[in-house]
Ligand binder design. Structure first.
Ligand code: C2E
Ligand code: MG
Ligand code: MG
Length: 663
């Protein structure tokens, strides 16, 4: 313990010593300067040398004129010829030095030369001339009983106007003060005691002032350096993508915006490309976040290199945007695609690309990028296609999509959104045991829109909750009206989007309608599509539990349509499994379909789930499903989705018989 204390003290003492030594070094200006600080001092000295040389030029011109007029023209005989010549030459030398220095400094400051070293040499030369001049003139003067002011003026001039490192100031001042002391002593034979005291005080004062100048400037320089570093950093992050280091979307929008204007005449030769790495998500899942990021960085660099003469950005996630020349673009894409495929191991990687050729008058890079993205989205799950260009047909779809996004609020408000009901029957007797509520959009401009047109768009744009809220309320209201009319009512299943649970308090909202219309929860089934469960979101988990606690039946929609069907069975519990219609799609041609459906129904029974088959279109399918114990059936064989009025009419006409057992 003691030993440790001792060691600790030694360590402290040593580091304190080091600290003090470093402080002393810095105080004397012996520390290392960063490149920025060096340049800062160099520039400041060259700027100061302008004043220095102007003062020298004015002074020496005045002295030359004075000497010429007084001693040559007016023939003042108070000075001998030797005095006049030596002084005249000194003045001329200083004047020449001042002029050269001034010319250089002005050229440097105007940016006509960048040679800072020459500047430094000139400053040293001019300073040396000044000091030599001061010493010479004052020693001559002191010898004849005069003063030493010229020397002192030159000292202060050289040491305070320019900023030297303290140890240089010290050497310069000590050297010149000692040199002048011996020169003056030799010239006059004595150095008066009073003069010597003042002389020494002057030396100390000049030294301190030059030290203080240095440290003051050092503070300014380091402050300016950190400000500049901060600015550079800010400039960099303002235009740089934080993950990949290539340019970010802000830069892309600004730069491409300028180019669209500059290249307005030849926009047909340009193209916006949207690059989407296929299966990047699986790569991330398989190899982890860090490797995923690294892969993204490498691909970004590759795109940046292959399109070095173009504008490239990472738009989001694994999506990149490029604005480039049309000529040769496809070949470049191919290079990138091959690069991406090289990373392929257990995960199947690919590259989907959408292209959009800007039209004349195009000014919005974001919209152009969106169009390229839209074209790319159209080939998303098409394994035989990896490039799609935005054409007239796509344009129509794109505008429809824009329209849907922009009109959803109005559509809800104005009643364009309708609920169609599709019957669900018991397999054993064909009696009606429920309905599925399916959204339809009857639009004044586009006419009849099916969910395939608007559901994916609303989900992508995170607006789906608006539609679902409308459907939930309409269904609850319809049930209430039916009950009020004294009709027999069957439960209705509602389709929930995964995003409903993220974008709104879906459970609370549904509960609100149930209370508002005072209906039993037994009349509602919540359908959660299997693909919603792929992303393991805590939100979804909590919502499903809460719905269950509140007493709603939860149905698993489209079972078997995704990749992790069995996982969803393991992780969540559902009341009813809706078997995806794709199992029945080629029921006649494929012997295996029946075996698979049979096994699914068997398994569902074992884990306590009831079953419903979707997409039943033929009697043969219906009989088969009954034979293997599938409880509920839904499909065109029993009726397409229809308006509530039509359903009521059919019930009234006896086409559907409502079962006494509906749960
Ligand atoms: P889903 O929930 O699986 O709905 C069943 C779909 O299959 C419906 O298509 C229905 O018309 C169709 N269908 C039913 N029987 C047959 C058949 O025998 N043969 C064929 N070929 N098709 C049949 P729809 O109405 O176009 O809905 C498509 C999907 O859109 C729905 O699939 C559901 O996921 C979604 N959806 C529909 N309405 C809503 C809604 O209000 N909210 C949300 N979030 N999604 C909805
Ligand atoms: Mg459904
Ligand atoms: Mg379904």
């Amino acid at each position: 313990m003691r030993q440790n204390d001792k060691n600790f003290n030694v360590f402290i003492i040593e580091s304190e010593k080091e600290l003090m030594w470093n402080r002393a070094k810095n105080w004397m200006g012996l520390g290392k300067h960063s490149e920025y600080v060096k340049n800062y001092y160099g520039d400041a000295n060259i700027r100061a040398s302008v004043y220095m040389s102007v003062v020298v030029i004015i002074l020496e011109t005045w002295m030359i004129l004075r000497t010429l007029i007084k001693y040559v023209i007016l023939s003042d005989e108070s000075r001998d010829f030797h005095w006049i010549i030596t002084h005249f030459y000194s003045y001329c030398l200083l004047l020449a030095g001042g002029v050269v220095m001034l010319v250089f400094a002005v050229r440097y400051l105007k940016g006509k030369t960048e040679n800072r070293l020459t500047g430094l040499v000139l400053i040293i030369l001019l300073s040396a001339i000044c000091l030599w001049f001061g010493m010479y003139i004052s020693s001559v003067s002191y010898a004849t009983g005069g003063q030493i002011l010229t020397f002192l003026t030159m000292e202060i001039f050289v040491c305070t106007l320019l900023v030297w490192r303290p140890y240089i100031s010290f050497l310069l001042l000590s050297g010149t003060f000692i040199a002048f002391y011996s020169m003056a002593l030799k010239a006059r034979g004595e150095f008066l005691e009073g003069d010597l005291i003042n002389y020494f005080c002057y030396f100390i004062a000049a030294l301190m002032v030059s030290f203080s100048f240095y440290h003051q400037r050092m503070k300014e320089a380091t402050k300016a350096e950190s400000l500049e570093a901060m600015n550079k950093h800010l400039e960099k992050i303002a235009v740089e993508d934080d993950i990949t280091g290539i340019k970010n979307m802000n830069y892309f929008v600004e730069k491409t915006g300028e180019l669209l204007k500059q290249e307005a005449e030849r926009l047909s030769e340009k193209i916006f490309l949207y690059l989407d790495i296929e299966n990047f998500k699986s790569y991330n899942d398989q190899y982890g976040f860090e490797r995923g990021c690294d892969f993204l960085i490498q691909v970004a660099k590759k795109i940046d290199t292959v399109f070095a003469d173009s504008v490239v950005t990472r738009q989001s996630d694994d999506h990149f945007l490029v604005y480039t020349e049309r000529a040769g673009a496809r070949e470049r894409i191919e290079t990138i695609r091959n690069y991406v495929r090289n990373y392929q191991d257990e995960v199947n990687l690919g590259l989907k690309v959408g292209g959009y050729i800007p039209v004349s008058g195009e000014i919005d890079p974001r919209l152009a990028g969106d169009k390229a993205r839209y074209a790319c989205g159209l080939i998303k799950k098409m394994y035989d296609k990896d490039y799609k260009e935005y054409d007239e047909q796509v344009d129509e779809k794109f505008h429809k999509k824009q329209y849907i996004v922009n009109t959803i609020d109005k559509a809800v408000e104005n009643g364009y959104i309708k609920v169609f009901y599709q019957p669900v029957v018991w397999s054993k007797d064909g009696e009606l045991c429920g309905c599925e509520a399916l959204a339809r959009w009857i639009d004044p401009k586009y006419g009849f829109l099916s969910p395939g047109d608007f559901i994916p768009v609303l989900e992508e744009q995170r607006q789906i909750h608006k539609l679902d809220t409308c459907i939930f309320e309409t269904v609850c209201r319809d049930i209430r009206e039916n009950l009020d009319a004294g009709n027999k009512v069957v439960p209705v299943s509602l389709n929930f989007s995964r995003l409903d649970f993220e974008l709104m308090d879906a459970v609370g909202i549904l509960d609100g309608f149930v209370q508002k219309y005072n209906i039993s929860k037994d009349y509602l089934h919540v359908e959660v599509t299997e693909s919603a469960l792929v992303d393991d979101l805590g939100v979804l988990d909590r919502a499903i539990n809460s719905l269950r606690e509140k007493g709603y039946a939860i149905w698993l929609d489209d079972f078997g349509s995704g990749y992790s069907s069995l996982n969803s069975l393991k992780d969540y519990s559902f009341d009813v499994m809706k078997i995806d219609m794709k199992f029945l799609a080629n029921f006649n041609q494929n012997d295996k379909s029946g075996i698979i459906i049979d096994s699914i129904i068997n398994m569902a029974g074992k884990i306590g789930m009831r079953t419903l088959a979707e997409g039943v279109e033929t009697e043969e399918q219906s009989e088969f499903l009954l034979s293997i114990g599938c409880e509920r059936l839904q499909g065109y064989l029993y009726g397409k989705p229809m308006k509530i009025e039509e359903l009521k009419e059919k019930i009234a006409a006896g086409e559907y018989h409502i079962s006494d057992v509906v749960l």
